[in-house]
Design a protein around this ligand. Structure first.
Ligand code: SAH
Ligand code: SF4
Length: 348
């Protein structure tokens, strides 16, 4: 059975076959514009409300919810049908309200610095499971309006491309959430052939998890690099439909002490990105129990950032939000038993 947010307009129309023609649009707006559950759609006949509540059930079961000390970051742990768990984070800033969504339970990419990667892949999320994260966060953000969505939770979005694109299209729908595609960012570890499809068929903003400037090191940090090396990745970025100086591609670079944080690497980064409309986002590494890396020293990050800045890039160092609740990137679900067990092993 589909979940509340699994059906597109066409699917809703089919489900409501036999009802008056305006119903599908009415339900769509109830779901996405007003953020109602079917049971709350008081403009629908009671019998229909009951039927929809039954046939379009919720798919996320809140297993845990924590608010960070800053009060503006909320992290959820949701259980899905079948038992897998995912995380979603809401971040309220002064000028925007951003939700960070997961696209897979776990991740198969096995990046060495990422807690999710170390825990392995469980399963794909459906379109509805991706959208429900946004709808739950939207509700929690009220009275503020959700303004941005980032696909930076668990999973490699481009290995769940169809569902990710349907979810982006639903978020951008003008009769619903109306989050412009310029405010929706899909982050990928570099699935080259899917980058072009994402751009051509859907067109959200793109973020690339680069993290290294040499293939030898990137092969280690982001093993997908062995399949799609840096040169091919940057070629795909140069061709990303819609990329321009007004719509730059974000390059994420996690700062790992002694591994990728030298001034020479900063200069090489600048050289590599020549000709790509780029923004650079330096991310202090968020440690997790048993992690094989440490975060670079603050002075090292500043030196790196200065080189990038002097080359003409604004290089904001991403401030870790919600560190106290392990909600910062890559820490998603790092409190699981498995990782605790790994930490115990590492501690010897
Ligand atoms: N899987 C996708 C999107 C999710 S991760 C991707 O890799 O792009 C969002 C960003 O956080 C990525 O750049 C990822 O590499 C980074 N990240 C993962 N673990 C991290 C950690 N422990 N500390 C800092 N950044 C991390
Ligand atoms: Fe997967 Fe992204 Fe983590 Fe790599 S960094 S393992 S792609 S979630």
């Amino acid at each position: 059975m589909p979940g509340t947010y699994d059906l597109d307009r066409q699917g809703l129309a089919e489900l409501l076959d036999g009802e008056p023609g305006f119903r599908a649009a009415q339900v769509w707006e109830g779901l996405y514009r007003r953020g109602e559950r079917p049971a709350e759609m008081t403009t629908l006949p009671l019998a229909l409300r009951d039927r929809l509540e039954e046939e379009l059930g919720a798919q996320l079961d809140e297993a845990h919810r924590r608010t960070a000390d800053d009060g503006a970051t909320i992290k959820w742990l949701f259980s899905l049908a079948g038992g897998a768990q995912i995380e979603t984070v809401l971040m309220a800033y002064r000028d925007r309200v951003t939700v960070c969504v997961s696209t897979q339970a776990g991740c198969a990419m096995n990046c060495q610095f990422c807690a999710t990667g170390q825990a392995g892949f469980t399963r794909q999320l459906s379109t509805g499971e991706i959208l429900e994260q946004v709808m739950v966060a939207r509700r929690a953000a009220e009275p503020r309006r959700l303004s941005n969505v980032v696909f930076m939770g668990m999973g490699e979005p481009l290995y769940n491309l169809e569902n990710v694109m349907s979810a982006v299209d639903a978020m951008a729908d003008g009769d619903g959430l109306s989050v412009s595609k310029r405010r929706i960012t899909v982050s990928t570890s570099g699935v080259v052939p899917q980058i072009e499809r994402l751009g051509a068929e859907c067109g959200p903003m793109l973020a690339i998890s680069l993290h290294a400037v040499r293939d030898e090191l990137r092969d280690e940090l982001v093993p997908l690099n062995k399949k799609y090396p840096i040169k091919e990745l940057l070629q795909a970025c140069r061709g990303y439909p819609g990329a321009s100086n007004a719509r730059r591609i974000t390059f994420e670079y996690v700062m790992l002490k002694g591994a990728n944080d030298s001034p020479a690497e900063a200069r090489e980064l600048v050289r590599l990105l020549k000709g790509v409309p780029a923004k650079i986002n330096l991310i202090p590494f968020n440690p997790w129990p048993g992690a094989p890396y440490e975060c670079s020293d603050w002075e090292t990050i500043e030196r790196f950032s200065d080189i990038v800045f002097n080359a003409g890039y604004a290089s904001p160092v991403r401030t870790p939000r919600g560190r106290d609740i392990l909600a910062a990137c890559g820490q998603l679900k790092s409190e699981t038993e498995k990782l605790r067990a790994r930490a115990r092993l590492a501690a010897g």
